[in-house]
Design a protein around this ligand. Structure first.
Ligand SMILES: Nc1ncnc2c1ncn2[C@@H]1O[C@H](COP(=O)(O)OP(=O)(O)OP(=O)(O)O)[C@@H](O)[C@H]1O
Length: 409
């Protein structure tokens, strides 16, 4: 107990070995320099460890398409070709339609060639075909071709008909209004200039004037060009285009440095053979005068646009700054570990240094240190020169032993 109390009121400090070797001295400084440059160059300047980030961007996107097209001799406006109509961040501009008009609930011949038949025995009753439930009969599809009969919406859709896409889509314009907020810093910004009254501009990805980033009107043909897509093929088969808006903001600088960056890519896989492009079906229902329900089935091919918003804002914060400064200074000590390994194992005179650096003391020996411990060890010019040095490597079995050591040092 008495030893413990005595032990408590002691102060421990380390002794250092000063090695007068130009080789290890230079190596030590180089390692320290490398560690410092890593912290200054990479951690502080590149990773900006002195700032705190806010990655929880809050964003709203509103879209509106404008332009008139001509399809099957009909003038098409935005209500005809944009779906859904609410102006969300994901919307589709229909480029091609395959319509099957005046369908009613009835029995009729399947349109697909895989249901071709010669007799009723080839058509299985109550099994599902593509457009309806099979009745088990083989009927004429046209003058030369017989298919299994189905019960469902008739006549059956034939989606193999070749239709030309609506060419005018290339010149349609899309208005993309994006507002963002970084809640941790209470910072809000949008991509529409606050002081303009009309929007006569067209966004140009290659325009260097920062004002262009605040022009929210995008021409469809330009978007496809930026995404390296050919209008004719995407309009024919459909496809998905991603419009990525990223906001990377350094809020220690002025607001003018917080600008949106636009990126355009095709998102649907184009290299598979089963499903090329993008299409969907929908129907318009109506009733005839005699009360029979009719519908027009529409298979629509279109370009789907997905507007995605990402962002990070950073601002100076004293806490990460201090943590990283402390980490930088403590890491400089790592150089000593490396130099010790080289010094003790690879350089001439390492053994002599080992003898000075580590002294082994056992329980039963008297705890006195050799008188040379404070002497100056001098080697030849190519060997190590060691001045006052000692750290003690001892299998201290009890706290009392340690106490004795310290009192003697
Ligand atoms: N796709 C677009 N192409 C070109 N200009 C557009 C487009 N969408 C909107 N604008 C124009 O941007 C401005 C803001 O559009 P916003 O929808 O907020 O207002 P609006 O008066 O309801 O628009 P509008 O009645 O013309 O559809 C309006 O001047 C509008 O005409």
């Amino acid at each position: 107990m008495a030893t413990c109390i005595k032990d408590f009121f002691t102060y421990e400090t380390t002794k250092s070995v000063v090695v007068k070797s130009p080789v290890i001295g230079v190596l030590n400084r180089i390692v320290q320099l490398l560690i410092l440059s890593y912290f200054v160059g990479y951690v502080f300047l590149h990773q900006r460890a002195y700032q705190t980030p806010d990655t929880g961007i809050e964003s709203s996107v509103m879209t509106k398409v404008k332009g008139l097209g001509l399809y099957n001799s009909k003038v098409m406006d935005v209500a005809d070709y944009v779906t859904p109509p609410q102006g969300a961040s994901v919307f589709c501009i229909v480029t091609k339609l395959i319509t099957t008009e005046n369908q009613v609930q009835d029995e009729c011949a399947e349109s697909e060639t895989k249901y071709a038949c010669k007799s009723d025995s080839q058509c299985k009753m109550n099994e599902q075909a593509t457009t309806g439930i099979m009745t088990g009969k083989c009927v004429n599809y046209n003058d030369t071709f017989r298919t299994c009969q189905v019960k469902g919406w008739c006549p059956a859709e034939d989606d193999t008909v070749h239709m030309m896409p609506m060419r005018e889509v290339e010149n349609f314009t899309i208005f993309i209004k994006n507002s963002i907020r970084f809640p941790n810093f209470n910072f809000t910004k949008g991509n529409v200039m606050e002081n303009i009254t009309s929007i006569p501009c067209r966004f140009d990805l290659y325009e260097t004037d920062p004002k262009n980033l605040y022009c929210p009107i995008f021409r469809v043909g330009d978007i496809l060009r930026y995404a390296k897509q050919d209008f004719n093929s995407i309009a024919q088969k459909g496809g998905v285009i991603g419009i990525k808006i990223s906001w990377v903001c350094d809020l220690d600088k002025s607001e003018d440095h917080c600008n949106p960056k636009f990126d355009f890519t095709r998102l649907d896989a184009t290299n598979n053979k089963v499903s090329k492009g993008y299409n969907f079906r929908h129907a318009k229902y109506y009733k005839s005068e005699n009360g029979t329900e009719h519908r027009t089935l529409i298979k629509a091919f279109g370009i789907r646009f997905d507007v995605m918003v990402t962002g990070t804002a950073r601002k100076f914060d004293i806490v990460p700054t201090l943590i990283n400064i402390v980490a930088a200074f403590t890491s400089v000590g790592v150089g000593t570990v490396l130099c010790d390994i080289i010094l003790l194992n690879f350089l001439k005179g390492g053994d002599r240094l080992k003898a000075v650096k580590f002294e082994e003391v056992s329980d039963d020996e008297s705890m006195s240190f050799p008188s040379q411990s404070n002497d100056l060890y001098q080697g030849s010019s190519t060997e190590l020169s060691v001045s006052l040095s000692k750290s003690v490597k001892t299998p201290l079995s009890s706290r009392a032993d340690k106490q004795i050591l310290h009192s003697q040092i």
